[in-house]
Design a protein around this ligand. Sequence first.
Ligand SMILES: [Zn+2]
Length: 354
Amino acid sequence: MNYIVLDLEWNQAAYKSVEEEDLPFEIIEIGAVKMDQNTNILGEFQRLIRPQVYPFLVRRTKQLTGWKDKDLDEKGIYFEDACAEFLKWCGNDCTFLVWGGSDLTQLERNMAYFDIKIPWKYPLKYLDVQKLYALQEGEGKVRRSLDVVAERYELESDRPFHHAVDDAWYTAQIFKRIDRKKYEDYYSIDYYNIPKNHFEEKTFSFPTYTKYVSRQFNLKEEALNYRGAREFRCRVCGRRLKKLVPWFSDGRTYMALGECPSHGLMKGHIRLKIAERFQGYFVVRTVRSCTEEDADAIRAKKEGVQQKRKDRRRRTSQKKREAREAENAKKNILQRETKTKDTAKKGTKKGENV
Ligand SMILES: [Zn+2]
């Protein structure tokens, strides 16, 4: 098995109105570094790509990469050829490494657009070095940029940033400094291909949590209410958890709190995601062990949500009441006015009679 560190540069439509729906980002450079199992560098790969969908580089791409239209026209080859060469160079047995999450998905999107057969099936596991760095440095959900981390690890080089092959090289150097025994089990799952059906759905086990990816649904509600998505099992033994706080939504994600008699408190998260490949939705559910404090935070959140809902209901009913009262007041005034007019008319009639 070899590691392939992949990095891409891409270009996009100058205006939203000329954007190709199936290809918001067109790859203009593929860069990669190959390492053996012991992270010795075996070689580098670099191809510039002549764009076919968005022929002119937008300003941002030019500024970021330093490439000019002329460079791509003169030195670039077509994506179909570059991709074929890249796949051949990767070989059959490799693990992809990237910085941040989206490069593999973008590569697959471009492959799909240009009718290139995608050789990877669900689940395609890869290592996100940016995430591994955050884990190693205890930075939790914080994500640092490549140049910041390169500086922190004192990677001295005159290689520029934002050139695919150079960024891949920096990523490789950072990966060499990651304690692989400790962090390599924290792989990521590429979501370009998601489970096609119920039978392909799996729960993946990580050192501190489990992750489940659902198949695709047409509607948000279908995905969120799917029974498989709402399963809540112990991340260690797989037993169904006793629900202390059932699934509830804070507007963005769904949360739950449960307990396993042998493995303690666990919190669950369900996130709704947009399926890249087809227009639809799927959900990702994670279950991780938690402390009493985490549990209290979830309970407080649930109470907060309930309180908000109550307040909202109260506000709505008050508004309705006020509207009703205003309507009634208007009616009363109208009635009174009509009455006064009637009396006035009668008055005149009476007067006429007299
Ligand atoms: Zn358990």
